[in-house]
Design a protein around this ligand. Structure first.
Ligand code: AMP
Ligand code: MG
Length: 494
């Protein structure tokens, strides 16, 4: 592709670098056409950032492309091969219901994957139908865009397109295709796939490709250093990502190694949800019976997954296996510190501690608040929101004497920050504590209406979540918690 390639009315400028990897990493697979596609949602701002015309994406030609009925020019569609540890067990997988159309070359430079999810069967589909239902695709759209609004690295959602065909789940549901945009779809599981096949030259090609896309600064390093630095880079990005999840109370729900990216983006919004009541043992997913992916386990699971990446990379780390293992273990050991540091500094910001210098007791101040929140079953987001707005006193937590004591310690701690004004503290808290998150009942209510053909609630929700730190009047009603007796459950049958 070069500068003289003519632009289409939609604005596609696709390259297909993944399809230039060795053959084992993908199969050529066109999306399967659908009966009567129609546009449900198009993300105007994201489209513009990609150099695509949102109006053209809503036109018959655009809808045909987003439904998989007509290939955009320049597309070499593929299904990617990968493996993964699912709930701890190794399996060979691959895109069973997605195809990569290619990489859109951005007006600002760089490239992003354009993937259709729910686009029909592929050689990796196993027993699956290759399709997706409208509700779960809208859910991924809403929650991924909410994550983006929160400033957390994530794949994005460009569009949801109805297929006009039902999909059979527990009951018949309307089908849809999600257009997912990602820094890449390289996963920990992609490396496990290469390592599992035992072909060192393919593994090397994959690592060099990942470096080119995500760590181009490492490309010139000698091999002995390059792959170790690459591994350390992935670990650092994941440590940062998981710290950000923990700070906003995000539960991914299915942190299998095939759902962990090399780029450091959150990927695969299946059974995920945000905490309401604070409890590290929180699990939303109906299939996670042992709580492997509970909120409080996410950091240790991430480290476990990264150990699988390190294992896959062993042949590239050192010629001598013993030395490679030592380097890998050392690298995986580097997850904990940056994770803890970023989490602590994020928590200090949530409490309005402005200065860089921390005190030894800051950690205890944070942990003690979390303990009280857990004991009183306090809402995670709203506790910090209330601390930010000074709206203390109404809920169970604030009425306890222990909270009174904690609050006094907190205020004293704030005032030990010499020279910091109340305004500075407030400004920091406002940008560190979201006023809104995608509340489970709000998401459900919006999806239900959308399935019945009314998109107004989804659109309002998306608008409110676009800048969750705005503290705008319309966000107020979205902050309320409705408690039901039954714990919230998410389902994988998407
Ligand atoms: P996930 O749990 O969404 O990460 O998916 C795990 C694996 O199952 C991936 O390889 C998916 O492509 C595949 N998969 C999920 N749903 C379907 C489906 N309806 N048809 C075919 N493959 C699927
Ligand atoms: Mg997945």
């Amino acid at each position: 592709m070069n500068e003289s390639t003519p632009l289409s009315p939609i604005g596609w400028r696709l390259d297909n670098s993944y399809a230039r990897l060795p053959d084992s990493f993908y199969v050529r697979q066109a999306p399967n056409p659908v009966r009567s596609p129609s546009s449900v949602l198009v993300n105007d701002k994201l489209a513009a950032a990609l150099g695509l015309d949102p109006a053209a994406l809503r036109s018959p030609e655009g809808v045909a492309a987003l439904a998989g009925n007509r290939l955009p020019e320049g597309s070499v569609p593929i299904a990617e091969a990968y493996a993964g540890h699912q709930f701890g067990y190794f399996t060979m997988l691959g895109d069973g219901r997605a195809v990569l159309l290619g990489e859109q070359l951005l007006p600002s430079g760089g490239r992003l994957d354009v993937q259709l999810k729910g686009s029909g069967r592929t050689p990796f589909s196993r027993q699956g139908d290759g399709r997706a239902a409208l509700g779960p695709m809208l859910r991924e759209y809403v929650i991924s865009e909410a994550m983006n609004g929160l400033g957390i690295p994530t794949t994005r959602s460009l569009a949801v397109t109805a297929t006009g065909q039902p999909v059979q789940r527990e009951r018949e549901l309307p089908g849809a295709v999600l257009t997912r945009i990602a820094a890449s779809h390289l996963r920990v599981g992609t490396f496990e796939f290469a390592a599992g096949r035992g072909d060192k030259s393919d593994l090397t090609a994959l690592a060099d490709y990942a470096i080119q896309r995500h760590d181009p600064g490492l490309a010139e390093l000698p091999a002995e250093e390059r792959y170790l630095r690459f591994l350390e880079g992935v670990i650092k990005r994941q440590a940062s990502l998981i710290a950000q999840w923990q700070l906003v109370g995000f539960v991914h729900g299915v942190m299998n190694t095939d759902n962990m990216t090399i780029s450091g983006e959150t990927i695969d919004y299946g059974p995920c949800a945000f905490l309401d009541t604070y409890d590290p043992a929180t699990v939303f997913s109906s299939i996670d019976r042992n709580g492997r992916y509970a909120f409080g386990n996410q950091p240790s699971i991430a480290a476990w997954n990264l150990a699988r990446l390190a294992e896959a990379l062993l042949p590239l780390l050192h010629e001598k296996e013993e030395e490679a293992v030592r380097l890998a273990e050392e690298a995986v050991g580097t997850f904990a510190d940056p994770f803890r540091e970023q989490w602590l500094s994020g928590m200090r910001a949530k409490l309005g501690l402005v200065l860089e210098e921390s005190e030894d007791d800051d950690e205890a101040l944070i942990e003690d608040l979390l303990t009280l929140m857990k004991e009183q079953r306090a809402d995670y987001t709203n506790t910090f929101r209330n601390l930010t707005l000074g709206e203390l006193g109404e809920d169970a937590l604030c009425l306890t004497p222990a909270f009174g004591d904690w609050k006094q310690r907190w205020k004293l701690r704030q005032h030990r920050e010499a020279g910091v004004t109340d305004e500075q503290r407030e400004a920091l808290m406002l940008r560190s504590n979201p006023a809104v998150i995608p509340r489970n009942h709000r998401v459900e209510e919006a999806l239900e209406a959308a399935e019945a053909g009314d998109l107004t609630l989804v659109e309002r929700l998306l608008h409110v979540l676009e800048n969750p730190y705005a503290y705008s009047p319309e966000q107020q009603e979205y902050a309320s918690v409705t408690r039901s007796d039954a714990p919230y459950r998410t389902f994988c049958g998407t």
